[in-house]
Design a binder for this molecule. Structure first.
Ligand SMILES: [Zn+2]
Ligand SMILES: [Zn+2]
Length: 276
């Protein structure tokens, strides 16, 4: 269902990418490169294929958890508002885990591996998200009482919103910066400047970062990408390089605890292959 929503919105996304590329070209800003865009689009299709593959078992699991739900939310605006907020909170923690647990970073690193930031960067996703277990974060929502269809739809809409924050074209947006995740906040999230690392995990609302101490405003210009860059446009390398590095580190580590730490510790504790 998430696939259908995002693929249905694809013409809108592609239209905005074309518009941004045209605008930047007119202003002689070299943000777009064909190799980067083709790589991003391929990664998006690979990610959709991966999501399609696990859609049925994941829906089954969500239905099983939903059968033991705590509440039944009545239809109406109040329940929709609660869903928007609760799903976004779950997204915040999922995204934070993506950065702080190497098993999850192995997937999410792909999204951060481009030294460019434009709307097409939103397409740069990983096939291996299901293996990293991002779906775990949707289970509390269905247990709470939201239906699997509601949670999946809201997840897709959250990602659709985030498409628009991947841009350098939009500056700061006044009072919206206090409440919403904006292009400015997400530029910081994609930057590898020392003060910007692991900040601004927000999906829709930036309030979670402010609340949980991970917020940093955009002050200095952003340098995008990884601290230790991976220089390739090959979608397979971009998808699997950190998995390989992580498994190699785990094999080389000394003792069970050290091996496990290579899998679930933070990425900067990587033994031999630090890639951030
Ligand atoms: Zn991230
Ligand atoms: Zn992003």
């Amino acid at each position: 269902m998430e696939n259908e929503i995002l693929l249905g919105l694809a013409p809108l996304f592609l239209g905005f990418i074309a518009l941004e590329a045209w605008y930047l070209r007119r202003r002689r800003v070299r943000s777009y490169s064909w190799a980067d865009v083709v790589s991003n689009a391929t990664l998006a299709l690979m990610q959709q294929a991966g999501a399609l593959l696990v859609a049925a078992p994941l829906l089954w699991l969500m239905q099983r958890v939903h059968a033991h739900r705590l509440f039944d939310f009545p239809p109406g605006w109040a329940s929709i508002a609660l869903l928007v907020v609760a799903q976004d909170l779950a997204y915040y923690w999922q995204h934070r885990a993506n950065h702080r647990i190497r098993w999850m970073w192995a997937s999410h690193v792909t999204h951060h591996s481009s030294p460019r930031l434009n709307l097409s960067t939103a397409f740069r996703q990983s096939l291996t998200y299901p293996l990293s277990g991002v779906w775990l974060f949707s289970l509390p929502l269905v247990w709470l009482g939201f239906t699997p269809a509601q949670v999946i739809t809201m997840g897709a809409l959250n990602l659709a919103y985030q498409f628009f924050v991947h841009t350098e074209v939009v500056g700061k947006l006044g009072w919206l910066e206090s409440v919403m995740n904006t292009p400015s906040h997400h530029r910081v999230h994609h930057a590898c400047n020392a003060g910007y690392l692991d900040r601004n995990y927000a999906g829709i609302f930036i309030v979670w970062d402010r609340l949980f101490g991970t917020f940093v405003p955009e002050r200095e210009p952003c340098a995008y990408g990884l601290v230790h860059p991976i220089v390739t446009h090959d979608p397979l390398t971009l998808t699997f390089h950190e998995w390989r590095a992580m498994l190699r580190d785990a094999a080389r580590a000394d003792g069970f605890a050290a091996r496990a730490w290579q899998l679930v510790g933070p990425p900067e504790h990587a033994l031999h292959s630090p890639r951030r």
